[in-house]
Design a protein around this ligand. Structure first.
Ligand SMILES: [Zn+2]
Length: 145
């Protein structure tokens, strides 16, 4: 069989069968399982219910886990808040019958003029149109005139 590129890392490998798209590296196998689980959670109601119950049991055995996780990872909290704003906006649009004409989903070239917000600090660039990863950027003031 001819080597094919791994869907996750792009390394060429020889697949065992025509369904194998991920190489055997542990990181790629984790990615494969995550994709499978995401699909299963979307498509299988019983699996979703079982996962939810299992997670509830785990939460009862590990009280305060998420509170301490958020305390240990403030950057993840910040990232999640930024992404939740996007998810809320998407859900609002998806479930509302009429589209909001002024909802800034696409960049407006003149938006900066009316923005009193000081654009210095740490931000997340969240792509709304193209499928890309979220990237974190720092914006600094170069000169103060
Ligand atoms: Zn791989």
């Amino acid at each position: 069989m001819e080597p094919i590129p791994c869907v996750n890392c792009g390394t060429f490998f020889t697949s065992r069968n025509c369904k194998q798209n991920y190489c055997s590296e542990p990181g790629c196998q984790r990615a494969r399982k995550a994709v499978w689980q995401r699909y299963k959670l979307k498509s299988d109601d019983d699996y979703r219910t079982q996962q939810h119950l299992s997670h509830q049991k785990w939460l009862q055995r590990n009280p305060g886990y998420y509170r301490s996780y958020r305390r240990r990872n403030p950057d993840k909290v910040q990232r999640n808040r930024a992404l939740q704003i996007i998810r809320n906006r998407r859900n609002r649009q998806r479930f509302s019958s009429k589209k909001l004409p002024n909802d800034p989903l696409i960049a407006k070239m003149d938006a900066r003029k009316s923005c009193p917000f000081n654009m210095v600090g740490q931000f997340y660039l969240v792509p709304l149109i193209a499928k890309m990863d979220v990237s974190r950027v720092n914006i600094y003031t170069i000169s103060d005139r």
